[in-house]
Design a protein around this ligand. Structure first.
Ligand code: C6P
Length: 403
């Protein structure tokens, strides 16, 4: 991989912040966009823009073709069996809300249970809590060890005859832990229970194959995989999606409407009420093409090397505390240094041009488990370099000495 050449594809990476070269290490929050993704958005607005699935006219058909071709790109990328299994949403959060609402309405009654994990993002906790408030379901939580690895023995013990679904992240946005979701899905299936994978933090970094995992549902956001904001995906096995009721009502998701009775459209449109972000889906497909062009195996190997280097360098800083020491880990490192508040450290690093995230990272129950309020988090993409990590380490050292 020629990183310098790759960096040239991302215009924002050459800008400065406070007169310093930008060191962008907040990729778990959102990734930067290659020029071809940005251009695709502008080009489509300039020359194709028309609403999809609605018009007989030329532009509408062209826009529809682009939108549906993007669905096929996503299908191939995650290896779904059919494009009927690829629902476009606004992002991971909306995908989970859709699933919780439709699945909860159809398959969960008072006293039924969902299993999630202690490290989940709020997006995979709060929708279940809202369902709990509506329907009286119970939420069971898989614990972890101090390295940040889920305890599979405890997981198995959580199943009961009231367990209706398991919903767990593949990679933690705080600890970097790569959870063994394939094994966890197998266990769920042995209990006859479907499994939702939150792939928000895995999809940009590793090959995710829904058939290989045997995932029943899988969700991710376009903006975390170099695509535009406002577009995401819910994958679901067709046999499940067929049985779920629609999430929102409106145009596109209907077959026939009268005041007496409405019939719903077929998959995937049943879950896509209203005008979709058809420009965004083109951008997402371009981003996927770009990632495929580099190759996920190369990306994974490079980021693994980069993360190992960063861990080694960071550990040499006195009073460094790293949260998350799982054997299987992704390109995310959360840390605290001495008693420097994470917000102060993040703010001072920002003045040096280094963008990291600080706070609870939308995982407050995990913070409670760790006994802290928040961390500083550096998260990497394939365009980051060892030199940038050296800048981070030097920056932290400088702040540490100030304190
Ligand atoms: N995590 C982070 O900085 P949305 O906002 O819908 O695109 O993604 C939500 C989400 C769901 N699950 C996981 C594992 C996530 O990491 C995220 C987003 C960002 O960690 C923003 S809070």
């Amino acid at each position: 991989m020629d990183i310098q050449k790759i960096r040239e594809d991302f215009p924002i990476l050459s800008r400065t912040v406070y007169g310093k070269p930008l060191v962008y290490l907040d990729n778990a929050a959102t990734t930067q966009k290659p020029r071809l993704v940005i251009d695709s958005l502008v080009d489509e607005y300039y020359s194709v823009n028309a609403n999809v699935h609605r018009g007989v006219h030329y532009l509408s058909q062209q826009a529809t073709e682009l939108h549906e071709a993007s669905r096929e790109t996503v299908r191939q990328f995650i290896n779904a069996r059919s494009t009927n299994e690829v629902i476009f949403t606004r992002g991971t959060t909306e995908s989970i809300n859709l699933l919780v609402s439709s699945f909860g309405d159809e398959f969960m009654q008072e006293g039924d249970e969902v299993i999630i994990s202690v490290m989940e993002h709020h997006s995979n906790i709060v929708p279940w809590q809202l369902l709990a408030a509506r329907k009286g379901i119970a939420i069971k939580v898989i614990p972890m060890n101090d390295r940040g690895e889920l305890l599979l023995d405890e997981y198995e013990k959580l199943f009961s005859d009231r367990t209706k679904i398991v919903s767990v992240m593949q990679v933690s946005n705080v600890l970097g832990t790569v959870n063994p979701v394939k094994e966890m899905i197998k266990i769920a299936h042995e209990h006859g229970v479907p499994f939702l994978v939150d792939a928000a933090q895995s999809i940009p970094h590793m090959k995710v194959d829904v058939q290989e995992l045997d995932a029943d549902f899988l969700v991710f956001s376009g903006h975390k995989i170099y695509g535009p904001t406002g577009v995401g995906v819910l994958y679901g096995k067709e046999e499940w999606l067929d049985r779920l009721p629609p999430y929102q009502g409106g145009g596109e998701m209907i077959q026939y409407v009268s005041f007496e009775k409405t019939t719903f459209n077929e998959l995937p449109f049943k879950f896509e009420a209203g005008t979709p972000d058809y420009i965004g889906t083109t951008g997402l497909a371009k981003a996927i093409d770009y990632v495929n062009g580099i190759g996920l195996d190369q990306i994974a190997a490079y980021e693994h090397d980069l993360t190992a280097y960063a861990l080694k360098q960071l550990k040499e800083i006195p009073d460094m505390r790293i949260f998350g020491e799982a054997v299987e880990r992704g390109a995310v490192i959360s840390f605290l240094v001495g008693d420097i508040h994470h917000f102060d450290l993040g703010t001072l690093l920002d003045r040096l041009g280094i963008a990291v995230r600080t706070g609870h990272h939308c995982a407050q129950p995990l913070m409670q488990r760790l006994g802290i309020e928040g961390t500083v988090r550096a998260s990497f993409a394939f365009y980051n370099t060892k030199k940038e990590i050296d800048t981070l380490v030097a920056g932290i050292d400088r702040v540490r000495q100030m304190f």
